[in-house]
Design a protein around this ligand. Structure first.
Ligand SMILES: [Zn+2]
Length: 86
């Protein structure tokens, strides 16, 4: 999905703006994988295979979303090696 299309999305629950973290992009700047986050209700909406998953909670497929969320959380773990002086 194109970045400027994603920028128009809002949280389906409270209509607030979403923040985007990009995990993978293709050469045309389409977002292939990422996480949209709503600061208001603390929901995360993964983008998987270029498609934002913004279904109501009861229709969400956590088995599909979990690998992306896991990778996103891994990316944001502090890396102990990097905190050592060179
Ligand atoms: Zn929200």
């Amino acid at each position: 999905m194109k970045l400027n299309t994603i920028a128009k999305l809002c949280c389906p629950f409270d209509k607030h703006n979403l923040q985007l973290r990009i995990l993978a992009q293709d050469f045309d700047q389409n977002v292939i994988e990422g996480i949209l986050s709503c600061k208001t209700c603390q929901r995360n909406y993964p983008i998987i295979y270029g498609v934002p998953i913004m279904a109501p909670d009861e229709y969400r497929q956590t088995a599909l979303e979990q690998p992306v969320i896991d990778r996103w959380e891994l990316d944001h773990q502090p890396d102990p090696l990097r905190s050592l002086p060179e």
